[in-house]
Design a protein around this ligand. Structure first.
Ligand code: ADP
Ligand code: ZN
Length: 216
């Protein structure tokens, strides 16, 4: 079983690539962002506590997200995990290493999706997703064929994230460079880091990711 981390700034395309790997390789996507948004939507205590932090674009505490990941790893059978949006700090990276070791699992690759800042801003402002199937759209570059209807599943609940606005995005980028980008050096030193060009079309990025995984 191959377990990988998708690393990269907000808007790099981690979610898009994770979805492809789930479809193509039956891997299991573990997105802490999705888990936190679910907690918020279902109105749990934790969900209420993190909602404002997330809307501002700041990171939630390490303990919360480590707890979420631990829960999922305990519940999951099989594997081939894609860690998407986790780890985001050195402390989280250490915790993931320990969790995997305890389960007798390995971390097989860390794939850094590299994208210019200007492109990130353009991608995220204008982004919306289908609540039903998770397909991602963009006002300019990938609108739905019929207004208000998902091309993929016909769903009509299209949703814009509370943190996909200019202010929160600026904070998310600063958080990324301050707290998450040190992980690039951390995994490079372990010989686990692989970069892919995230400026390319999603299909091309997927091909590059697939090549990396098949080489292993
Ligand atoms: P993106 O990568 O597009 O910024 P995510 O969906 O991964 O979005 O995360 C959204 C928000 O959820 C983050 O800005 C942060 O507030 C919170 N979050 C998600 N994962 C983590 C994490 N591993 N550690 C801390 N906060 C997190
Ligand atoms: Zn849909």
């Amino acid at each position: 079983m191959t377990n990988i981390i998708l690393l990269g700034p907000p808007g790099a395309g981690k979610g898009t690539q994770a979805k492809r790997l789930v479809d193509d390789r039956q891997m299991v996507q573990l997105s802490t962002g999705d888990m936190l948004r679910e907690a918020k939507t279902s109105g749990t205590e934790m969900g209420k506590r993190v909602a404002d932090v997330m809307a501002r674009g700041e990171l939630v505490t390490d303990d919360i997200v480590i707890g979420l990941i631990e829960e999922k790893l305990n519940g999951a059978s099989g594997g081939g995990f894609i860690f998407d949006g986790f780890p985001r700090t050195l402390k989280q990276a250490d915790a993931l290493g320990e969790l995997l070791a305890r389960k007798g699992k390995t971390l097989d690759a860390v794939i850094e999706i590299q994208v210019d800042d200007a492109a990130l801003v353009a991608r995220i402002s204008g982004r919306f997703t289908c609540r039903t199937c998770g397909e991602v759209y963009h006002d300019e570059t990938k609108p739905t064929k019929a207004s208000g209807v998902c091309d993929h599943c016909g769903g009509t609940e299209l949703n814009r994230r509370a943190d996909d606005n200019a202010d929160a995005l600026r904070t998310r980028l600063v958080e990324y460079y301050k707290k998450t980008s040190p992980l690039i050096g951390y995994y490079y030193a372990k010989g686990q880091l692989h970069g892919v060009d995230g400026m390319a079309e999603p299909d091309q990025v997927a091909t590059a990711v697939a090549k990396l995984l098949d080489k292993r």
